[in-house]
Design a protein around this ligand. Structure first.
Ligand SMILES: Nc1ncnc2c1ncn2[C@@H]1O[C@H](COP(=O)(O)OP(=O)(O)O)[C@@H](O)[C@H]1O
Ligand SMILES: [Mg+2]
Length: 268
């Protein structure tokens, strides 16, 4: 049964998409069957896995959200260049969904209808959220078991988190009682600055054991890989960025009590 994680933070540029792609690819390397769902109209995830402008014949995330009667959600899935890693990509038309969903019946659970029936075909389903707390993010929070919150190690890292935590509480109360925080991930960490260490201390004081021990360093290869349409484990498996996401995959598997059949370590 798949564990469904929403990668969410209403701030932009904190590493949501980078985390969805590279955690997903690292889990796939550990023999997990992984599905990425691009729920952001900027569709950075889709281009980051080489699926820019591509969709299955049945359509993309937008078409699935708008479809009232999905016969089999598998018709929206495309393979990626990483074995075991699949994706349901998006196009810019997804921006319209924020508005078009408003008058729809059960508008908060349209994405859940898409991903829930796929639980038995995957081990992990990662939903990449847009940088807002709008209807698309709400749909992801209703569809998931838990949220993974990337936090950029900068001065304002914790600012706005009260809004996210408040949203999680409201979703738990009204729509998804078992919604949990899977973990908080420190991203773009620069160990040379005191600021990074300070932010890390503050975040750990606030979120305690929810913070992943693995910290993602600022690494230029992580920034370059998406322009080649591939996860960093394909682009430069020896980079510190790749090592960090492989370590995160091991930590996620351990937290979920799922020891990998093959440890996700690079073989090259
Ligand atoms: N650890 C990192 N080191 C260097 N660049 C990064 C790192 N994580 C993300 N980036 C880059 O920072 C930008 C924002 O990251 P992204 O994952 O797109 O954030 P979000 O999805 O939260 O908006 C992108 O250009 C990405 O390539
Ligand atoms: Mg993004």
């Amino acid at each position: 049964m798949a564990r469904i994680l929403a990668v969410a933070n209403q701030k932009g540029g904190v590493g949501k998409t980078t985390t969805a792609i590279n955690l997903g690819a690292s889990l796939a390397l550990a023999d997990q069957r992984v599905l990425l769902v691009d729920a952001d109209p900027q569709c950075n995830l889709s281009s980051g896995v080489g699926l820019k402008g591509r969709s299955a014949p049945a359509g993309d995330v937008y078409d699935a959200l708008m479809c009232d009667d999905i016969p089999d959600p598998a018709v929206y899935i495309l393979p990626t260049s990483v074995s075991g890693l699949s994706a349901i990509p998006s196009d810019r038309n997804l921006a319209g969904a924020e508005i078009e969903l408003v008058p729809m019946l059960a508008r908060e659970s349209r994405l859940r209808r898409l991903v829930s029936p796929l639980r038995d075909r995957f081990d992990y389903i990662l939903i990449d959220c847009p940088p807002s707390l709008g209807l698309l993010t709400l749909n992801a929070l209703v569809a998931c078991d838990a949220v993974l919150i990337p936090l950029h190690c900068e001065y304002f890292a914790l600012e706005g988190l009260a809004d996210l935590v408040g949203t999680l509480k409201r979703v738990r109360a009204a729509l998804n009682p078992s919604l949990d925080i899977d973990g908080v991930l420190l991203t773009m960490y620069d160990e040379r600055t005191n600021l990074g260490q300070q932010v890390s201390r503050d975040v750990r004081a606030f979120f305690k054991e929810k913070v992943f021990r693995t910290v993602i360093p600022r690494n230029v290869r992580l920034g370059e890989a998406p322009s080649h349409g591939m996860p960093v484990i394909l682009y430069d498996v020896k980079s510190r960025g790749a090592e960090a996401y492989l370590a995160l995959a091991r930590e996620v598997l351990a937290r979920n009590g799922r020891a990998p059949a093959t440890p996700p370590t690079p073989t090259k």
